[in-house]
Design a protein around this ligand. Structure first.
Ligand SMILES: Cc1cc2nc3c(=O)[nH]c(=O)nc-3n(C[C@H](O)[C@H](O)[C@H](O)COP(=O)(O)OP(=O)(O)OC[C@H]3O[C@@H](n4cnc5c(N)ncnc54)[C@H](O)[C@@H]3O)c2cc1C
Length: 365
């Protein structure tokens, strides 16, 4: 049985390792554009210079898994085509290519490895009192602004978002504001309309906001993660409005049941783009294939959430408790305990991907 895994993020790595453990006869090939497993949850640390997000895939994948450094261009009928035109046949495929970022011109990306490397270099070159603007009021934007303010307290950091931490409870939102304030981050609740590039002319850029306010910025970071690569759609798989592949209750593409889809690129009702989602989906998809090979009936996928955790620099953070349907409860913890909790969550996610061991809650009834 030839199995191809497209993308070695959380979902792809855990799925490949789990399958290697459970389906001993499977020939597994993992395709990824780079030789490293990137912990996307640490990209803000990569940018701020407070941590590193890359680990060699050789230390993440089981020995009997083949790795091919390449990019899949198209998925066809039992074969994938690469950018250079070569092909690889499969009996089963795991589509785990994650999500991507569609940035505003004039910004550097937080959500991709290549963007984070460029942003880290640009940040390192900024002189004292340099102005950094982070666009995006979601958790990625908040973590990025906080991490930079923590790692480079000499810079002026501004966070711009239409709403800040909207997915958290009111009390937790206030705690996030307090944490950012303590780090010296200025918060502007507004939308960015466009960026007038001044850095090419030797000056600062101007970030133009919907309220007509303008802010000067030496480095502007785009921390909005929102789109999915077009691979599923242009390969003829059914996708939803965001381009995520539509799946059945076993996480198989509704167009081609040989294709399992997991992680940010899977359209699963009630699922949020998160490593906390990608890991259980990857495990479940691999188990489903292993069951099918043994002639057992597959089990429908079911997953519920417990909360969200975010870092506010290295010494502060926030843990928000939620109902299993992912709606926020009033309960949250802030401070150093939450910072330690967030660090443990990141380590557990990487450990889970490497060992293919991951536990999760079932969906609410
Ligand atoms: C700064 C930041 C902080 C975050 N914090 C959290 C957090 O605290 N908690 C949380 O749960 N989530 C967090 N997230 C979100 C989380 O990182 C993602 O939801 C998660 O990485 C999704 O996992 P995945 O396996 O679906 O995709 P990814 O981890 O994105 O992996 C996809 C892989 O597929 C590869 N790929 C893409 N296209 C192709 C192709 N055509 N051919 C071959 N390979 C391809 C990519 O290069 C990548 O290696 C954060 C994200 C960011 C950016």
């Amino acid at each position: 049985m030839r199995v191809v895994v497209v993308g070695a993020g959380y979902a792809g790595t855990v799925a490949a390792n789990r399958l290697a453990r459970k389906a001993k006869t499977a020939e597994i090939t993992v395709i990824n554009p780079r030789p490293d497993f990137v912990e996307r949850v640490r990209l803000h640390e990569q940018i701020a210079g407070t941590g590193t997000a890359a680990t060699p895939l050789t230390s993440m994948l089981r020995r009997r898994i083949t790795t091919r450094l390449d990019t899949v261009d198209k998925i066809g009928d039992g074969e994938v085509t690469f950018g250079g035109g070569s092909r690889l046949d499969f009996d089963y495929l795991f589509l785990t290519m994650g999500s991507t970022v569609t940035p505003l011109a004039g910004t550097l990306l937080v959500g991709t490895w290549e963007g984070a490397v460029r942003a880290r270099d640009a940040l390192a070159e900024l002189p004292r009192a340099g102005m950094v603007t982070v666009i995006g009021g979601g958790l990625t934007g908040i973590e990025t602004a906080a991490e930079i303010a923590f790692g480079r307290p000499d810079l002026q950091v501004t966070l711009v978002g239409r709403t800040i931490a909207a997915s958290l409870s009111k009390g937790a939102q206030e705690r996030v504001h307090t944490g950012l304030y303590r780090l010296g981050v200025e918060i502007i609740e507004d939308s960015v309309v466009h960026i007038d590039g001044g850095t090419e002319r030797g000056g600062a850029d101007t970030v133009c906001l919907q309220s007509n306010r303008q802010i000067a910025s030496d480095l502007t970071l785009w921390a909005v993660i929102g789109s999915v690569p077009g691979l599923a759609g242009h390969s003829g798989l059914q996708v939803d409005a965001e381009g995520r592949a539509t799946v059945d209750e076993y996480l198989r593409s509704v167009t081609d049941p040989r294709i399992f889809v997991a992680g940010d690129c899977a359209a699963v009702r009630g699922a949020r783009a998160a490593c906390a989602t990608a890991l259980p989906q990857g495990v479940h998809a691999a188990d489903t294939l292993a069951h099918m090979v043994e002639g057992r009936d597959p089990i429908p996928y079911s997953m519920g959430y417990a909360g969200q955790v975010l870092s506010l620099g290295r010494r502060d953070g926030l843990m928000q408790a939620s109902r299993r349907d992912d709606t926020a409860l009033r309960l949250f913890i802030g401070g150093r305990t939450a910072a330690v909790g967030k660090e443990r969550v990141c380590r557990y996610a990487k450990f889970g991907a490497r060992t293919a061991t991951y536990a999760w809650l079932r969906a609410p009834k």
